[in-house]
Design a protein around this ligand. Sequence first.
Ligand SMILES: [Zn+2]
Length: 180
Amino acid sequence: MLKIITSPDPLLNQVSEPCQIGDKSLKKLAKQMERTMYATDGVGIAAPQVGVLKRLIVVDCGPEDERNPMHMVNPEILDTWGDPEEAEEGCLSCPGIQVVISRKPWARVKYYDLKGEEWVIESDGLLGRCLQHEIDHLDGKTLFESASPRERIRALKAYEEARRAGAKPGEVSIDHRGRA
Ligand SMILES: [Zn+2]
């Protein structure tokens, strides 16, 4: 399992570089990211979260008892649409908390697979949200930057407490929402 970089590491706020399409070394990194994601019960992971500033994400928002990871090279949001919806999001890089983020439900994303073939997918629901969350990481944005100013203050406070309590990546059980 790769080491997960957690907030407030400044690396998480850097913009990642595009990958070379068809780069063979991406396959190994993607597999390692995939294993790390499953080991921490994540539904998505972005390369900067494991310390690599490359535009590569792995997501699997399917049923829990099936593994269908998507490896997405240079994913790019072409469009988002629909009335913004609020939902709680967790993040492997911000263990111990969940943060309410408002996003448009639908996303259309272009990406390349590990063989270099180009794809465009459209999704709403968990996948639509997850894609936007992971691509935010490639642009140096974590949950704290994506939250509303009011929610950010609450979340930062909750995160301080979670860190003091020793929360580890994959833990989202601590919810301080009522207290902030
Ligand atoms: Zn995240």
